[in-house]
Design a binder for this molecule. Structure first.
Ligand code: CAA
Length: 244
């Protein structure tokens, strides 16, 4: 299990190009490391991240934005195969909210606030806020959040299905780490294929998704972990998954 902490506390972890580049590189490195089976991504107690860095973007032209193509970093993060758990306390706004939605599960503190306030800046979400949020919480709430910029509480986010659980603020990181450890005890190959299959549900027809799932299910019978998992069940012991 590995932990990455966004660390620009003075700017509430505003996601500038440097930070996003470092995050992408760190995630790629962890994805390639056999010792790591799950990743926790957090900010601090006050902010997960307050969005893309407004000061860095403010003076840019459309052509600057096109050339910088800041969201291409996000495409790489989207391809990380290992599970990523967001540990969120305080603000998760704009790109910060979008980053939590790029993660696979979200553990939030009671003080967490989620929002897409880009509309107040005269723009719209640019890293998935209109798409992933709508899929997660449905049209009514997504439309309200995107059109008014209203922040929602952890409670509302939980009711809407955006996050997995709410925990006392002092426990937000340790509970996320606990969840990551639970996932890390499973077969790493099965976990990667399971993540891939769940994500497939968002951009395929049901028929294509079911086909993809079935192929992965059959494919896992080529792994030692499948033999170990089923043998351990029959022997009434805990499996020891090796990731092969
Ligand atoms: N970019 C750059 N700097 C930011 C920032 C951001 N997104 N969010 C906060 N900061 C900076 C503030 O400018 C301030 O810096 P200074 O001390 O130098 O003035 C510092 O962080 C602390 O912030 P505040 O004083 O504003 O703290 P607060 O507690 O009063 O308010 C807040 C907190 C409500 C989160 C407020 O900071 C805020 O509204 N931030 C902007 C949120 C936002 O609009 N996010 C969307 C960005 S656009 C985007 O993300 C596009 C996309 O789709 C990827």
């Amino acid at each position: 299990m590995a932990h990455i902490q966004l660390n620009r506390p003075k700017e509430l972890n505003a996601l500038n190009l440097e930070l996003m580049g470092e995050l992408r590189d760190a995630l790629k490195q962890l994805d390639a490391d056999d010792q790591v089976r799950a990743i926790v991504l957090s900010g601090n107690e006050k902010a997960f991240a307050a969005g893309a860095d407004i000061k860095q973007m403010a003076g840019k032209t459309a052509i600057d934005m096109y050339n910088i193509d800041q969201f291409s970093t996000w495409d790489t993060i989207k391809k990380i195969k290992k599970p990523i758990i967001a540990a969120v306390s305080g603000f998760a706004l704009g790109g910060g909210c979008e980053l939590t939605m790029l993660c696979d599960m979200i553990v939030a503190s009671e003080t967490a606030r989620f929002g897409q306030p880009e509309i107040k800046l005269g723009v719209i979400p640019g890293a998935g806020g209109t798409q992933r949020l709508t899929r997660a919480v449905g049209k009514a709430l997504a439309m309200e959040m995107v059109l008014t910029g209203r922040f929602i509480t952890a409670q509302e986010a939980h009711q809407a299905g955006l996050i997995n659980r709410i925990v006392p603020t002092e426990l937000f990181l340790s509970e996320a780490i606990k969840l990551a450890a639970e996932v890390a005890a499973m077969s790493p190959i099965a976990i990667k294929m399971a993540k891939e299959a769940v994500l497939k549900a968002f951009d395929s027809t049901l028929e294509e998704g079911l086909h993809f799932e079935r192929k992965n299910f059959y494919l896992l019978f080529a792994s030692d972990d499948q033999k170990e998992g089923m043998q351990a069940f029959m022997e009434k012991r805990t499996p020891d998954f090796k990731g092969r």
